[in-house]
Design a binder for this molecule. Structure first.
Ligand code: UD1
Length: 340
């Protein structure tokens, strides 16, 4: 049974990926600092898969501890690296915190991987690296645009650091997965998204409004050059996204990669406007959403959705779940969380 390290494995995407790894027979070791997650996710993962993952509470900024961890786990077959801070607004306020959290930790992990005989590494990147792409749908060859925030910059710099390290490290194989907009929750309703404070992302804001925690959703602008004037994004179900990590890891373990650093878009290939997302929510939940149109939000791109040909054909992964599936599961999850 191949042993895989999942950093940030108790977070939203991390926990769903741990479940999919265990479903495929991998042994999972989780590192998490619990800064945006809690230990009871371990029990929830166990309740879904019947397997309690190994867990170490560890702050990856502590280089000595990272070194100690890798010494104790020399049999790792791969690392999926989720651990990072991800609040765009906070990153503007505290850029150095974001560079320390997202870049220092990446460097420490790569330094350990460089010393292994072989190492397979999956990195959480983001479609944010493309900014407002000139051509839609967006292919992996689209130029990287100047980042809109320090958070976005950590994803760009992170990719460059991995690429530079792979260039001089033959035994290191890496894939950066560029996520579009992750939504939804596991069908068991045991794990899902748990945003701290006021959600910045659309779908948790919708479900929190519907359940009565927020009064009203603000739709940020309806005067964009799109079919209904609201922005377009590619909403990818978190379970599909989790499966993409497992397939990417298998690709590296089986040596099917064509170079030792690759990038793949992980999206559905379909763009949806904000109003379409609201309609999908209303259809799947059977309830009306209270929303109003407000000013545009600074930094929003008009439209971003993936060309998924490379992921479909080379990686052999394709999104199976729809926007409706994502909205239905996000709503079930919100109700479950608030029923406690
Ligand atoms: C945001 C981040 C992006 C990050 C991604 C992670 C910004 C500018 N961008 O992307 O860097 O990688 O999250 O998931 O913060 N919307 C509303 N009302 C709301 C919230 C959102 O109308 O209350 C709209 C937005 O204008 C956007 C869409 O919903 O058109 C999706 O927004 P969001 O979930 O924040 O994702 P992104 O903007 O794609």
């Amino acid at each position: 049974m191949a042993k895989i390290l999942v950093t940030g494995g108790l977070g939203f995407i991390g926990s769903h990926t741990v479940v999919e790894l265990q479903n495929k027979g991998f042994e999972v070791v989780i590192i998490d600092d619990l800064s945006n997650s809690s230990e009871d996710i371990l029990d929830r993962i166990d309740a879904i898969t019947g397997i309690m993952p190994i867990f170490e509470k560890l702050d990856l900024k502590d280089k000595t501890k990272v070194q100690g961890f890798f010494k104790a786990h020399q049999d790792l077959q791969g690392v999926i690296h989720f651990a990072a801070s991800k609040a765009v607004g906070e990153s503007v306020e505290k850029p150095l915190l974001y560079y320390e959290n997202n870049i220092n930790t990446l460097v420490y992990v790569l330094q350990e991987l460089q010393q292994l005989k072989t190492a397979n590494f999956i990195f959480s990147s983001s479609c944010t690296v493309y900014g407002q792409a000139d051509e839609l749908p967006i292919t992996e060859n689209a130029p990287i645009k100047k980042a809109e925030s320090p958070y976005g910059n950590t994803k760009q710099i992170g990719e460059e650091i991995i690429q530079d390290t792979c260039y001089i490290t033959e035994n290191l194989n890496a894939i950066a997965l560029r996520y579009f907009n992750p939504i939804g929750a596991h069908e068991s309703v045991k794990i899902g998204e748990l945003p701290l404070g006021v959600p910045q992302n659309l779908v948790p804001f919708i479900t929190q409004t519907a359940i009565g925690i927020r009064e009203q959703l603000s739709v940020f602008g309806d005067d964009y050059p799109t079919s209904d004037g609201t922005c377009i994004r590619d909403y990818i179900h978190v379970v599909d996204l989790a499966k993409a990590h497992v397939i990417a890891l298998q690709r590296l373990i089986e040596g099917k990669n064509t170079s030792n650093y690759e990038t793949f878009n992980v999206g559905t290939g379909t763009g949806s406007t904000v109003l379409e997302v609201i309609k999908s929510f209303e259809k799947m939940s059977g309830q009306k959403l209270n929303y109003k149109i407000t000013d545009r939000r600074a930094g929003d791109v008009i439209s971003a959705y993936a060309n998924t040909s490379k992921a479909n054909n080379e990686l052999g992964w394709k999104a199976e779940l729809t926007l409706d599936d994502g909205m239905a599961s996000a709503w079930k999850w919100e109700q479950e969380v608030r029923s406690k």
